[in-house]
Design a binder for this molecule. Sequence first.
Ligand code: UFG
Length: 346
Amino acid sequence: MKKIGVLVTGGAGYIGSHVVVELIEEGFGVVILDNFENAESDVPQRLERIVGDEIRVVRGDVRNGTLVAETLKKSGIDIVVHLAGKKAVGESFSKPLDYYDANVGGAISLLEAMQSSNKPALVFSSSATVYAPSDRMLLSESADLGPINPYGRSKLMIEEIVSDAVISGDLTSAITLRYFNPVGAHPSAMIGEQPSNASNNLFPFIAQTAAGWRERVRVFGDDYPTPDGTGVRDYIHVVDLARGHVAAIRHLMGRSPQGKHSKVNLGTGTGYSVKEAIDAFSQACGFEVPHDIVGRRPGDVSTCVADPRLAAETLGWRAEMSLERMCCDHWAFQRTLRDRRPDDRV
Ligand code: UFG
């Protein structure tokens, strides 16, 4: 029987590589499309070692419409999981045109190619950053939208483009997944986050400090209205997040009638503060990760935690892994980087 064909754009990246593993383990036929701008060239080999099978990889940019259309047709793709794009919030302020070109331009080019082939359904990788900053305890999908950086605006624009394409019939069906804060790594420690220099997320900083690549973690503010004064986020294990994509695909396949675009949060529903995250990581690595309190980072909100109920109700998916597990897996992968990428030390 022919496997259901899934094209994963950005499939060699941090989240994409974990999605690829979960899809293959669930019996899908996967093709990766990646330009390797923010992924190491040997990720496909590492993925093959994890899944014990060959993986088809197309090296190229999602904005290359001819290449994408050809890949969709040749590989008999039924579903596209679109993760390719730029994702560093800070960098999006200094290079907004690059962000709109790669993210919005990339999505339009992909949708055109999908329209000209056999019209596969779409799972789109969005972000909690599309929500307006808010003091609400939990952010549900109906919370006010209002991203405050070009990266977030590019994600919201794509969500709207996807909705219009579904209404017009150019796209058959779509699910947008709004990620909260993905962390951790595959339990094999063979794939994980290898952040570019533009990234300034908390977990890579903690892990690099624990590895001795950095001196101290800077905690951005301890005067927020949270229990210990530091910012609270909904950290989600990247393997849980990847499994959310499998659930979304199963939902799309069983959906009838077609012609809908749902938007669903992927988060745990539990928030942890920066201090709690550093403490949990310190437990995982067996020593205290040095840190200092510094001033707030402009643009940060105090709390951002998902209301995860819609994902449970519609996709039958829930995050399962604890903060402890996220830290242990993140640390195990970071230790492998010490040997593989010694030049990355800062
Ligand atoms: N933080 C520090 N020190 C650091 C880095 C971060 O204290 O060196 C704090 C931040 O102030 C915040 C928390 O750690 O309170 C998390 O910060 P991240 O940069 O890891 O994550 P953000 O919540 O700011 O943003 C992330 C992604 C976005 C995504 C968003 C969704 O970077 O792409 O989550 O909520 F959109």
